[in-house]
Design a protein around this ligand. Structure first.
Ligand code: PLP
Length: 374
């Protein structure tokens, strides 16, 4: 059987990884500033994470949500404390799309409403509800296309009063748009969304799948604006490569048996991964490191010729280039041996491990300069 061919691939096979470095099967070393789509939060194969996962799988790897899995409670308590949301509850899922799917569902259950507001250039995932609130018609199948979703302009306060009404179950927004090109939601915009949701009873969902878990230099990027959403969705960095996600749910939204469910979400191994990630984030001060290394990178990127604009916060950085991004990303990968991401035609996207240090930042800055001056 062949694979269903949906991914354009680089001809590289990675066989080893450690921290912010990966090696291919020929022994070539690369610097990883992309973390496989923002997934590697604490660094590849972190020894504490490996030990925790190994110990867990040697005892029990999985059982369903019909028995007590004490790791779930431990994870929820740690996540509440580290994120500053101890009074919220946690529903565990397996991916970002599934987290958004459940958040949208909860908003609809809670309000009894069907309509949702999303924003231009939003990306929320590929499952039915998540893709319906994603602003990319080319990935929405006819079965997922719905008249219940309205897209408003991102970061524009004018029009929110008319656009968000008592008919809307939810407003879903990324604190920093990732796939949309690293566009930071302004504090004013997020505050205006909070205020309009309070007026209409619509539930405010902050999709923090890419910009959450410390990446921005705060646990959640919306914390710069000082707002409290009704729900936050997470995944990616939460498991440092183990597939897991979650919805953090404000206390006014009540649970009942059977309301939500999943076979795999919150299994023993996922909890071990999630706990190990939070332990390392705390012990190694990774959120502060993301803020400091991010500031350093952003400051120095501004001086490089060929760089038109630098956007982002912490270690979620978009570098808008004067030239097309494709050849520059390829040169970084094949000549300088650095993995980066991209968004659109001109933006390089950096989503490294939160443990990235200044020495690696310098290495990237030199390489980018080299590539841009050729
Ligand atoms: N939400 C955001 C902001 C994302 O960036 C992504 C993935 O890139 C998703 C949701 C979907 O996550 P997943 O691929 O884990 O379903």
């Amino acid at each position: 059987m062949k694979l269903f061919d949906v991914y354009p691939l680089y001809d590289i096979e990675l066989v080893k990884a450690q921290g912010s470095r990966v090696w291919d099967k020929y022994g070539q070393e690369y610097v990883d500033l992309y973390g496989g789509h923002a997934v590697i939060s604490i660094g590849h194969s972190h020894p504490y994470y490996v030990a925790k996962m190994t110990e867990q799988i040697s005892r029990i790897g999985f059982y369903s949500n019909s028995i007590i899995i004490s790791g779930q409670q431990e994870l929820a308590e740690k996540l509440g404390r580290v994120s500053g949301y101890s009074d919220y509850t946690l529903f565990l899922t397996n991916s970002g799309a599934e987290s958004n799917e459940n958040a949208l569902k909860l908003a609809s259950f809670h309000t009894g409403r069907k309509k949702v507001v999303a924003f231009s250039k939003a990306f929320h995932g590929r499952t039915a509800g998540a893709v319906a609130v994603t602003d990319n018609r080319s990935i929405v199948a006819p079965i997922n296309s719905t008249e219940h979703v309205t897209f408003l302009p991102f970061n524009q306060v004018d029009g929110l009063k008319e656009g968000i009404t008592e008919e809307h179950a939810a407003v879903i927004v990324e604190g920093i748009q990732g796939v949309g090109g690293i566009q930071v939601a302004s504090d004013t915009f997020l505050k205006a969304l909070r205020a309009r949701c309070d007026e209409t009873g619509s539930q405010l969902i902050l999709d923090s799948v890419q910009c959450g878990y410390g990446r921005s230099g705060q646990f959640f990027s919306h914390q710069f604006a000082g707002i409290h959403p009704d729900m936050m969705t997470t995944a990616k960095g939460m498991g440092n490569g183990f597939p897991m996600g979650g919805v953090l749910i404000a206390p006014h939204i009540k649970a009942s048996y059977g309301l939500l469910g999943t076979t795999f979400g919150g299994n023993h191994l996922a909890c071990a991964a999630g706990i190990a990630v939070l332990d390392v984030i705390e012990k190694e001060n990774l959120i502060q490191n993301a803020a400091e290394t991010g500031d350093y990178l952003i400051e120095h990127l501004h001086g490089i010729s060929g760089v038109k604009e630098v956007r982002g916060r912490g270690l979620m950085i978009g570098i808008e280039l004067e030239d097309a991004v494709g050849p520059i990303r390829d040169a970084l990968l094949f000549k300088e041996h650095i993995f980066c991401g991209y968004a659109g035609k001109h933006t390089l996207r950096l989503l490294p491990s939160l443990a990235m240090d200044k020495a690696l930042a310098d290495r990237f800055l030199t390489s980018l300069q080299t590539v841009l001056t050729k």
